[in-house]
Design a protein around this ligand. Sequence first.
Ligand code: NAD
Length: 494
Amino acid sequence: MPRIPTDILIAGQWRRGAGEPLESVDPATGQVLTTLTGASPEEVAEAAEAAALATADPAWRDLLPHQRARLLHRIAELTEEAADELSALQTADTGKTLTETRALALSAAGTFRFIAAALETAEETITPSRGEYVTMSVHEPLGVVGAINPWNSPVASDAQKIAPALAAGNAVLLKPAAWTPLVSLALGRLITQALEEFGLPTALLSVLPGSGRVVGDAVVRHPLVARIGFTGGTATGRSIAAVAADRLIPASLELGGKSPTIVRADADFEQALAGVMFGIFSSSGQSCIAGSRLFVAREIYDAFLTELVERVSKLRVGPGTDPGTQVGPLVHHLHRDSVAAYVDLARSEGARVLCGGAVPEGAEYQDGAYYLPTVLDGLPNTSRTCQEEIFGPVLVALPYDDEDDLVRQANDTAYGLACGIWTRDHRAAWRLARRIDAGTVWINTYKQFSASTPFSGWKASGLGTEKGREAIRAYQRQKSLYWGTSDAPLPWAN
Ligand code: NAD
């Protein structure tokens, strides 16, 4: 068992928070891992004030980009070394399989490395003169930024915000989700260690667990917080955007999804079956990019669904610590109940439950937050089941007749996060990919990620972009300098 954090990180100090108690529960067993005390609004203010002082400390402020890059490389190294511990903690806290949480820890390390490399090569630009002056654009840190994350992939989401924010010269207040604070605190310990090794102010990072209503809100509203990087649900994103608009600070929003995954009649049947299952049932469907609406060409619909249902029924459900597990428990009993309520809603809307649709039976499942991988059909795309994000192992299948019918249905959703296309026809793949409203389209693959490829949601799936080299610029503000070079008298000179 990894070390379970018991304290929170406020401006470089580890201590019990003064806020609300937070229970971290292993969803595979229902066992309480630890009870933390979250941050109070006063502690958020304390962290913000210390962070602002830290950004003004010459030890940090005067670092050159390649020197900040060395810090990020060191954080990457420490994260890689601690990958097993981070993985075990995240599996204990979220229920995800160890294979997945190890990949997430390594992806966090990869993000720090990529951003470090991008920082080393980032250059300020001098614009060719259009008169008797030189102009230059420089990019300066924003100061203190807030990073607010959900519970589904904490360590990877944390790195996607902390790495570019530090690279850009800021300090960060990280607010993890109330259900899953442990891995963010463990990452906080590694980053604090790296800051200490470099003789830098440790107040550059605080990790402030607590509820969104109290701690998240205090972060968003604090006058010293100059930007919010948010990942989470669309309703929360809207309310944060409203506060950010009022305060006139930028906010990037990575929100929910109801992504279409499309199987054309010419698809590689085997590849499409595996890809569709992985796209929805990995992470037990608790993934913003989950391919939760399956569109299959009508001529192969019955054959594809028959084979799919047979394979889904055989997926191995169990604890994330068992190497044989393919589908772990959901993050929390309350969330499992919400998924079960959606399947009840689907039934009341007239859905056929082709498999799953229940909690698994057996003593080994009785204390965990399990739900069987579920395939539904028989609903129109306009039903609530097809329109609302369920965020669980629930796939709803729909047939389509031709490409126009497919595009109309696939795009008929408030969301626009991702899409999967399974086909052997390269022209059709290109055409479809361009017609689908989504920030990411996967062709003959799904859930593939690269730190260098920008990620953004369209429509109700978000605003702004994470990842890619441009991520650093999103945490800076640009300043233009004009430098007069002429000896000629200025207009009002005597
Ligand atoms: P959530 O919106 O309930 O919470 C996200 C975070 O916001 C948590 O830390 C929460 O405490 C905080 N929060 C809640 N209310 C707040 C407020 N008023 N002010 C400030 N902070 C507040 O989401 P969740 O249930 O934790 O996560 C699931 C959602 O996240 C799903 O909708 C999923 O699609 C989305 N998500 C999106 C992406 C993406 O990149 N687009 C990635 C992962 C998850």
